[in-house]
Design a protein around this ligand. Structure first.
Ligand code: NAP
Length: 317
């Protein structure tokens, strides 16, 4: 089967493309060729790479037809962020492919009601990113269930892996938080530190996409969370990381308005986005219907990523 992966050299593509090639699929990779995958792998030489700029080609209406002309059996769209973008592609591919897989996000949920959150909970997204991803999901599910377009949506949590900085225990991306915990320094956390984050290793996201293709008949017309087996509280996450470095955590808790003044505006914005969502998602549906079995806990995924930062001297501890 021929699989076109749109945006296949990023966090997920680094693991997804090798899994597909090893599984016997013919892979065509679409990207602007600006970046390379995070890990070298012999299979990349077997992958046909097509240099396209989605945004530029969408503007002229050429993107969808260019993907259709590759004659794929399966299209994996890793990088759609607006309903218009997905709509354009679906119109070009209607009646032409066996399976369309779109990468969403657990941000489609906004605030949760019952946790772990299940896929069937009503969507109450906030923020443009989550609102657009929820609109894409609603559109694709409708296209699949009522109009026979063969779509599946995979919603990852915070994607982690060696090669980039993981979401840290303070809910932002400054790697110095790990250095502080490593030297036994004091770390301030917002509120009681009981808001949650939900990571997933990039290879587990890749596993979920491949399993959805294999379990096509149960995956069609469905969306799935793709997260580790359990979310972390910020406090628990900080304590575990300290202990991993052989330290006892020294944590201080500050009301949000005070805490935000202790970090940069960018860090405060990232933390707010994460704790306002406080994701805690169920993997039960993906396990049951796709045989999804995450290999990494959240902490295992984070440790592998932090270890990489240390080895590459991007983090001095
Ligand atoms: N990161 C997270 O924690 C997270 C969490 C939940 C959901 N998600 C979802 O995951 C998806 C992103 O996956 P990822 O993290 O693996 O991606 P990524 O690391 O951001 O990589 C993006 C890929 O798309 C290509 N690309 C970017 N702009 C392009 C364009 N205009 N035309 C063609 N190719 C383009 C990039 O290569 P070039 O730059 O060379 O073109 C690269 O291959 C998104 O749908 C996002 O909403 C991410």
């Amino acid at each position: 089967m021929r699989v076109v992966v749109i945006g296949g050299t990023g966090h997920v593509g680094t693991y997804l493309v090798p899994r597909l090639v090893e599984g016997g699929y013919e892979v065509i990779l679409v990207s602007r060729a600006k970046r390379q995958p995070y890990r070298p792998h012999a299979v990349w030489s077997k992958v046909r790479r097509l240099c396209l700029d989605r945004a530029a080609d969408e503007a002229t209406g050429a993107f969808g037809p260019k993907i259709r002309d590759l004659k794929p059996d399966v299209v994996i769209d890793m990088i759609s962020f607006t309903l218009d973008s997905t709509h354009h592609l679906v119109e070009a591919l209607r009646g032409e492919i066996q399976h369309f897989l779109s990468c969403g996000t657990i941000w489609v949920h906004g605030h949760s009601v019952e946790v772990p959150t299940v896929e069937s909970q009503p969507r109450r997204p906030f923020g443009q990113y989550g609102i657009q991803k929820a609109a894409i999901e609603e559109y694709l599910l409708d296209q699949s269930r009522r109009h026979g377009f063969p779509a599946t949506i995979i919603h990852p949590g915070h994607i982690v892996g060696p090669g980039w900085v993981p979401l840290n225990p303070a809910g932002h991306f400054n790697s110095q938080v790990f250095a502080t915990l490593a030297r036994g320094g004091e770390l301030a956390l917002p509120n009681l530190g009981l808001e949650t984050v939900h990571h997933v290793h990039a290879d587990d996201v890749a596993q979920c996409f491949v399993n959805a293709m294999t379990c096509r008949s149960t995956a069609l017309g469905e969306s799935f969370h793709c997260v580790s087996s359990a979310a972390l509280t910020l406090r628990g996450y900080a304590e575990a990381v300290s202990s991993w470095f052989g330290r006892a955590a020294r944590l201080r808790f500050l009301p949000w308005e005070t805490w935000r003044t202790t970090v940069t505006e960018e860090e405060a914005e990232a933390t707010w986005d994460h704790i306002a969502h406080s994701p805690n998602c169920s993997t039960e549906k993906a396990r049951r219907l796709l045989h999804y079995e995450p290999r990494y806990t959240s902490l295992e995924a984070v440790y592998e990523s932090v270890q990489w930062l240390i080895e590459k001297q991007q983090l001095v501890v």
